[in-house]
Design a protein around this ligand. Structure first.
Ligand SMILES: [Ca+2]
Length: 363
């Protein structure tokens, strides 16, 4: 959630990393030594003696009104994950993305069948979420499917280990290291604040190597801001409770400006003689063009797109070095999907999976 990173950052692709990451398992075994107990774990736990980490612990305790020794003990118990920092580094410059390859990783018969089961098992809750938040079932089904295959693949990294590693050992070679490090420190702070209030053992939660958890892979700050108790049992559970998962995803989309009833994309074709592709691509996925200015620049939406009232973006999806890119006209709702994960390839996968599941439901 609000992750700054393309989808491979998330648990959705954790299987791809498993071969290289023997340190990814066995994290759940830590048990509380008391209601708020923090048990020291074996392995490399450098942060108890790291001056920067303990200073951060003291600052968090002060800002959030938490028990200082509990915060220190929790951060001090975090393990350094030696392979995680390099996963944050950007890919090679000039590498060409491939939408068809990307799509094939997230949309296949197994995931579509799991989506049909998820939709059927939760049809009433999905309908209620649409009533309350205006977000249709196929979007929520698409998100939860792309993120974790409906809870099958939620990640095995201890959240405390992932967030401490990225807070205190973020790779300085990253072009925006300071910004990213600040982001993860904020997530660590949010995580500690939530854990302290819910009285759960902060060493237990597991998730992606960036600290995203549960079926919808929410980051800690997103749990704090957008997660909802959608079944009314007075707790929020994004790991096992599909009602809370569905309500929380819908709540997130509403908060980021989802417009009920607005398509996320329209097919588009070009009128080459007046096509101004650089102009159309300059704002990237930010909807910038009225329908008149879009058409004037040579991009013509199809279907209902010509009657679209809001702004549009020309979305380009590369298909490797040898095939032409795919283009669609993206609306404000397409942009909202990218607020969940900042990638147009991700957003297209969510849309396509949702549509595939919807089509399979109607067969
Ligand atoms: Ca609940």
């Amino acid at each position: 959630m609000r992750s700054f990173f393309p989808a491979p950052f998330r648990a959705a692709s954790i299987a791809l990393l498993a071969a290289c990451c023997a340190w990814s398992t066995g994290a759940q075994a830590q048990k509380a030594s008391g209601a708020r107990g923090v048990k020291t774990v074996t392995g490399s736990t450098p942060y108890a003696t790291r001056e920067d980490a303990m200073r951060f612990a003291d600052e968090v305790a002060e800002r959030r009104g938490l028990d200082r020794e509990w915060v220190r003990a929790t951060i001090g118990s975090a393990r350094f994950l030696p392979n995680v920092p390099r996963l944050m580094l950007p890919g090679p410059v000039g590498s060409v993305k491939n939408w068809q390859v990307y799509r094939s990783r997230f949309i296949d018969a197994t995931r579509i069948a799991a989506g049909v089961r998820f939709w059927r098992n939760n049809a009433d809750t999905l309908a209620r979420a649409e009533q309350v938040y205006g977000v249709p079932p196929e979007i929520i089904v698409g998100i939860v499917g792309v993120e974790t295959i409906y809870g099958r693949n939620m990640g095995n990294f201890r959240v405390i280990d992932a967030l401490a590693t990225l807070s205190f050992d973020f790779p300085q070679a990253h072009p925006r290291a300071a910004e990213r490090e600040a982001f993860f420190r904020g997530e660590l702070e949010s995580f500690l604040s939530t854990e302290s209030r819910t009285s759960e053992n902060p060493l237990v939660p597991v998730g992606s190597y960036a600290g995203a958890t549960g079926m919808p892979q929410f980051m800690p700050s997103s749990i704090a801001k957008y997660a909802v108790d959608f079944d009314g049992d007075n707790r929020i559970d994004l790991v096992d409770n599909t009602a809370d998962v569905i309500g929380s995803v819908a709540s997130y989309f509403k908060a980021f400006g989802w417009t009920p009833g607005m398509p996320a994309i329209y097919p588009v074709h070009f009128e080459e003689e007046r096509l101004k592709k650089p102009l159309l691509l300059a704002p990237d996925i930010l909807p910038t063009f009225s329908i008149d200015s879009f058409v004037a620049a040579g991009a013509v939406p199809e279907g209902d797109g010509l009657r679209h009232k809001g702004l549009l973006a020309l979305v380009e999806l590369q298909n490797g070095a040898d095939a032409p890119p795919t283009y669609v006209a993206g609306t404000r709702n397409f942009y909202v999907i990218t607020r969940y994960n900042w990638s147009s390839y991700y957003a297209m996968s969510v849309l396509d999976l949702g549509q595939e599941v919807k089509a399979a439901m109607e067969q």
